[in-house]
Design a protein around this ligand. Structure first.
Ligand code: MLT
Ligand code: MN
Ligand code: ZN
Length: 293
């Protein structure tokens, strides 16, 4: 199985257009590497690919990824797109994929209903883009030799569907993790997750690779930095420092944080928190990172 991190950042990216924090400024001056928004590409054979989450940055991500370059006049190796929730950073890129390219679009029925409610997405021609509902906990082939099983993880509805009261530990079709299996190897991709209950650490145990929600380092980081009023948990994201602790004794071959918010000290390779994560056996995802299992 080959996995390419197309974008390692959370919604907003690094730098975020309206943010003057130290990390965003660092990405503007070149002190830090910029990061595009949340997406990975996966393949079992290196020829047919599935993209997990369609980021608003997908156009530049595809331009930066030779494995996904066109192989003919109007032919390229993308076979499917799978989305793990309806968040804008995970679905807005679908609009970019409207140029008569056939592919299958995998999501839970609830996420498909959300997408169907957006009239702009009718630009994805029904005769070319097959919208395939995926039942939780049933495996589906998303590219030749590559299967995905979606499973509910604690989360919330997308920002644009939030009501006055927001439940952040919802379990259902709105926020899912993905278990990927190819050539006998098993990887888990969980870019948004509000909590790590025992059943989830048990599911993670023994994986060859875990790619996990690294949105914030600490729950109140955005409040302390003066960047916002929400905690990580309120946004449906468990803090990375807590995930390192919760998964310390869980056997996993390789563990990588993805979906980093620009406030997170993990976006800076020289930060003490990055060293702490690395000492705990984690890598921090970077755009273009490639992993072969
Ligand atoms: C998130 O992961 O919390 C969302 O992407 C936030 C957003 O939609 O901007
Ligand atoms: Mn997000
Ligand atoms: Zn910033």
């Amino acid at each position: 199985m080959r996995i390419i991190v197309l974008g390692a950042a959370a919604g907003g990216g690094l730098p975020q257009w309206n943010c003057g924090c130290r990390n965003c400024d660092g990405a503007r001056t070149g002190r830090l590497s910029a990061m595009t928004q949340s997406s990975i590409a996966v393949s079992a054979d290196g020829e047919s690919w599935s993209i997990l989450n369609a980021s608003p940055d997908i156009r530049v991500q595809l331009a930066a990824t030779p494995a996904l370059y066109p192989t003919g006049l109007r032919d390229m190796p993308l076979r499917s797109v799978l989305v793990t929730n309806g968040d804008i950073d995970h679905v807005a890129g679908l609009l970019t994929l409207r140029e008569s390219q056939p592919f299958a679009l995998f999501a839970t029925p609830a996420i498909h209903a959300t997408l169907a409610g957006n009239p702009m997405l009718a630009a994805l021609r029904a005769d070319l883009v097959a919208r395939q509902p995926v039942v939780l906990d049933e495996s589906v082939e998303i590219a030749p030799g590559l299967t995905a099983t979606l499973f509910a993880v604690p989360g919330k509805v997308p920002l644009y569907q939030e009501g006055a009261v927001v439940e952040t530990g919802l379990m259902g079709e709105n926020t899912v993790g993905v278990e990927l299996v190819a050539n006998g190897r098993r990887a888990l991709y969980i870019p948004g997750c509000a909590d790590l209950p025992d059943w989830l650490t048990n599911r993670i145990a023994g994986a060859d690779l875990l790619m996990f929600d690294g949105t914030l380092w600490e729950d109140d980081e955005m409040i302390r930095m003066g960047l916002g009023h929400k905690t990580g948990r309120r946004m449906g994201h468990m803090p990375a420092a807590g995930s390192i602790a919760a998964l310390r004794d869980v056997p996993v071959e390789r563990r990588v944080f993805v979906h980093m918010n620009n406030s997170n000290p993990l976006v800076d390779p020289a930060s003490p928190q990055t060293h702490e994560a690395e000492a705990g056996g984690w890598q921090v995802g970077r755009d273009g990172m490639e992993i072969t299992l």
